[in-house]
Design a protein around this ligand. Sequence first.
Ligand code: S3P
Length: 169
Amino acid sequence: MKVAPNLILVGPMGSGKSSIGRRLARRLGLAFVDADTELERRTGATIPLIFELEGEAGFRQRERALLASLCAGRDQVIATGGGAVLDPDTRRQLADAGFVIHLKIDIDRQLQRLARDRVRPLLQTADRREKLLALGAQRAPLYAQIADLELDSGRMSVGAAADRLAELL
Ligand code: S3P
């Protein structure tokens, strides 16, 4: 494995950052931290409530501060939220904090995986396909900019994706 203090998963909603990250951490004997879950734990508020009370800007500010603190740690697999890469300082911090894995997924699989989601604030919209395509167009270059490795996770089970990543590292 390339020497890096952390493994950091970036990519769109539904690409499997949390499930694959958890499996990969277990395989490699590393700690696992999911940024959204950690933010909810630290604030005592759910992501939808933070969006409702503070808007997306407030959420992004909290997400930025949380990731800065996680980036100071080591020997952990970090699953970031899909929009974590929007902030240039956060992108730099993530790139410096470890080996960045970009999980990719095609739009049809993404829609299928997120079909039952009633929680993610950005998905509570009439046209999910259009929304996800717009987010993807904006963010794909940002994921690619900091990625050390890209994996198309759309057609893989969680276990197969974690196995493949463990092989490639
Ligand atoms: C977001 C993705 C979510 C969460 C929040 C915003 C985004 O995380 O951080 O709802 O902007 O794409 P997941 O990518 O884990 O769903």
